[in-house]
Design a protein around this ligand. Structure first.
Ligand code: ATP
Ligand code: MG
Length: 415
């Protein structure tokens, strides 16, 4: 049962009523929820058909409708906001309560054309920041008690608004702080990662070009191999950076088609063996594997990074890759027998630039690989998770649905 259902208004005791309003205000999540909870309670002693809130815009010049409810007889008129508009302007400009009555000398034929409007200012430090208006159709006149209640409600609104603005401001500052921290980490990590291969390339190229030294063919080949390897590393780094930026902004379209994941994995193993012949990878596959709907290039990237991580962080330990066909999805497990990852890092592993420092201290990387993996898997409506135990090894699980769901348009937001 909501608070507004348990509280009621007494026509006799004004102080009790103020206390009730205050109670609702204290327990409401935000000012709009507060008004929605207050309206039914307030109406038990104060008849109105329409309530609207107008707040001044950021430049402090114009009033904008921020909330409106039609409750009683005005419901069919559809003019939720327009009833109080003219009065709200007067209230705001004069910074005082205004009551507007219909011209009873020449009464209009329609009751709905006879609104009695009460407007009170919403103030902050004595200055009007908006107006709260009530409209009722066909009278009776507003009593002084109605006006006092309306003003009290406007004050509660002002306090709630200030609280919300403070909370939003705090959240915004915190987001900016985190963003700045991320940028700092990004710049220092990228600078270091770019400088390292660049340093090697420049160093070995300069050495080879020295005219005062003569290098034999083997040494020249060794230096050129290092230059080639470091250029590859640089290229990979730039590709990862571009991919992560594209994935983050949603600008990487997926080319879905039927994909044989076992074939992708076999190709990835062959690729990684060309770099490291001693690799101990075992592939366990069920006999019949249904294809998944996916982007082969991007899924290949996920598999490459998971194998690459195992070879980097669990080097000289065997890696078991298992493919399990489950009811709606393919379940891939990359289980290594490496050193494992301490528990407190696991929740952060898929964040951009996150590296578990104890593992990564002497191993090159930027902390982009798993972030890219997660983004790609999510774009396939799948899931990637990690399990690890220090001393026992690490297992990454990837779940890929066989079929992609059609995307649905987002519903429109209410005011
Ligand atoms: P990049 O992939 O961008 O070159 P990276 O390998 O450091 O850099 P991720 O692939 O995102 O980045 O991995 C994040 C971190 O997770 C790694 O730095 C490492 O600390 C930890 N990690 C990943 N895989 C393993 C694994 N198999 N065993 C132990 N630690 C791992
Ligand atoms: Mg990696």
């Amino acid at each position: 049962m909501s608070l507004s259902q348990t509280l009621s208004f007494s026509p006799e005791n004004e102080l009790d009523n103020l206390y009730t309003l205050n109670q609702i205000s204290v327990h409401s999540e935000n000012w709009k929820a507060m008004l929605d909870a207050i309206i039914p309670v307030l109406r038990s002693c104060f008849i109105f058909d329409n309530l609207a809130v107008y707040l001044v815009d950021d430049e402090g010049r114009q009033l904008e409708a921020a909330f409106a409810r039609v409750i009683g007889r005005g419901r069919s008129a559809g003019g939720e906001i327009s009833w109080g508009e003219a009065v709200s302007g007067q209230v705001f400009n004069q910074n005082k309560a205004v009551i507007q009555k219909p011209d009873l000398q020449n009464p209009p034929a329609e009751r709905l054309e006879m609104p009695y409007i009460l407007g009170v200012p919403i103030q902050r430090q004595g200055k009007a920041i908006g107006a709260l208006t009530f409209a009722r159709f066909g009278g009776p006149d507003y009593t002084p008690e109605n006006s006092r209640l309306a003003s009290f409600l406007a004050d509660l609104l002002s306090a709630n608004l200030a609280q919300q603005t403070d909370a939003e401001l705090r959240q915004q500052l915190e987001n900016e702080r985190l963003q700045a921290q991320l940028q700092d980490d990004f710049v220092s990590s990228i600078t270091h990662e770019l400088r390292t291969p660049l340093g090697f390339i420049k160093g070995y190229a300069t050495t080879l070009l020295r005219t005062d030294m003569a290098w034999d063919a083997d040494t020249q080949k060794e230096f050129l191999t290092i230059i080639e390897k470091e250029s590859d590393r640089l290229e990979e780094l730039i590709d990862n950076l571009l991919d992560s930026a594209r994935l983050q902004s949603g600008a990487m379209p997926m080319a879905f088609q039927p994909v044989r994941v076992d074939v992708l994995i076999k190709d990835a193993i062959t690729r990684s063996r060309t770099n490291q012949e001693s690799l101990q990878i075992k592939l366990h596959i069920a006999e019949t594997l249904p294809p998944v709907e996916g982007d082969p290039k991007r899924l290949g990237q996920v598999i490459d990074n998971l194998i690459n991580n195992a070879t980097k962080y669990a080097s000289n330990a065997p890696l078991d890759i298992t493919i399990l066909p489950e009811e709606d999805e393919l379940h891939l497990i990359f289980q290594d027998k490496g050193p494992g990852i301490p528990q407190h890092h696991l929740a952060h592993l898929f964040e951009r630039f996150y590296r578990a420092p104890d593992q990564a201290i002497n191993i090159r990387g930027t902390g982009l690989g798993l972030y890219i993996c997660r983004q790609i898997v999510q774009q396939h409506h799948g899931k990637i998770t990690v399990e690890s135990k220090v001393g026992d090894g690490t297992a990454f699980h990837v779940f890929l649905p066989y079929r992609q769901k059609p995307s649905h348009p987002q519903p429109m937001m209410d005011m």
